[in-house]
Write a protein that binds this ligand. Structure first.
Ligand SMILES: *Cc1c(COP(=O)(O)O)cnc(C)c1O
Length: 366
């Protein structure tokens, strides 16, 4: 049935989200509907929890909610920031976190780095020396520029600040979690959030966030956390394998299946596959006289942003690719035309990348 519906107009997504979802995972969503208070759903969430913990590399809670990752960005601010937030901004998504901080009425300051450059731990340490901050926001993988920020070193710099033990380290890993190892416990992070539709390779509509004991304790002291995204309410239900409001049951079925497949692949293999696809993408770009936008050492394992040094017509390239059933991304916002982005995340394989490069080469007449 659905196989036929899906057969036409399949455009394979090499964009940095939403990403390709395998047919088996799409099919998992067609299980019979169940109530979110029924034992079947409690079993489902009970199966999911330990597997999610492995992906987040944590023994702590991983909250699940029916929203996208942006919901948990807002939740992180509302739950654990009530003094002053340092927003590290080096691209579009880190700028969103600054906007959310301001929209939630929190005092803030911005540590800016040029788009395409990483946030450096030294700069973070310098800003935190004043002792006035109680939270820091940073994006692990800036999808708009293809830059991966050095979160481990940034977290160390935070903990060494005068009031480092009180500072909440809030990390957006929307376009990296499940494609890159991000050890939540070992790096001593406080909130680490993601969406279902990026490197998890699921449809959009679920968000996950690992939350530290430190952050849970802080939340208890912060008034006006709201309700839908209140960490305390979410945890209370999670402990019963439930969610406070109706959850996206169909997506949970897909998540359960996808987590099984991730465990079968092995997370280390999954991370290695992403790195190999990144390296192949860089090699292809270099062979065409193109360079990565991000500096060496900070190039994302999940999305490569390539400077459009040869002035390719990106919309024309994408129109050509679409005919072949593929699509890539133009540069983000002001970077449109100046660069283009190729995602190599989720369940894409090296063979998919080769197919893409062959098609681009054909467009370029090489
Ligand atoms: C896609 C993305 C977001 C936004 O995620 P939603 O699922 O649309 O809320 C936030 N941060 C990063 C780094 C992203 O790539």
């Amino acid at each position: 049935m659905s196989e036929n519906n899906r057969a036409d107009k399949h455009v394979k997504l090499f964009i940095p989200g939403p990403t390709e979802v395998r047919p088996e995972v799409l099919d998992a969503q067609t299980n019979w509907m169940i109530g979110h208070r029924m034992p079947e759903c409690l079993d489902l969430i009970g199966r999911i929890r330990p597997k999610l913990g492995k992906v987040f590399m944590t023994e702590k809670r991983v909250l699940i909610n029916a929203s996208t990752g942006t919901g948990f960005m807002e939740a992180a601010i509302r739950n654990v920031a009530n003094k002053k937030v340092l927003n590290c901004v080096n691209g579009a998504f880190s700028a969103r976190w600054r906007d959310i901080t301001v929209a939630c009425g929190r005092d803030n300051a911005v540590l800016d780095a040029e788009w395409g450059q990483p946030i450096l731990p030294e700069a973070v340490a310098e800003r935190l020396a004043s002792g006035e901050f109680d939270a820091i926001t940073v994006v692990h993988n800036e999808t708009s520029t293809g830059v991966t920020n050095p979160i481990e070193a940034i977290a160390q710099a935070v903990r060494q600040a005068p009031n480092g033990e009180e500072i909440m380290i809030l990390v957006d890993s929307v376009s990296s979690m499940a494609g890159v190892a991000i050890p939540f416990d070992a790096w001593d992070l406080d909130v680490l959030l993601t969406s279902s539709q990026k490197a998890f390779a699921l449809p959009a509509g679920l968000a996950f966030a690992a939350v530290s004991d430190r952050a849970m304790a802080k939340a208890k002291t912060v008034p006006n956390r709201g309700w839908y995204f209140d960490f305390l309410v979410l945890e209370k239900y999670l402990l019963k394998n439930q969610t406070p409001a109706t959850t996206a049951v169909s997506l949970l079925y897909a998540l359960d299946k996808q987590l099984d497949d991730m465990m079968a692949e092995g997370m280390e293999n999954r991370y290695a596959r992403h790195l190999a696809m990144r390296d192949r993408t860089l090699e292809w770009a270099e062979s065409r006289g193109l360079t990565a936008f991000a500096p060496e050492g900070y190039r994302s394992p999940t999305v490569t942003c390539i400077s459009n040094d040869n002035n390719y017509d990106i919309p024309a390239l994408n129109a050509f690719l679409r005919e072949k059933g593929m699509i890539i991304s133009n540069g983000y916002g002001a970077l449109k035309g100046k660069n283009f982005r190729i995602a190599h995340m989720g369940d894409l394989q090296m063979a998919d990348m080769e197919e893409l490069f062959a098609a681009i080469d054909e467009f370029l007449g090489q």
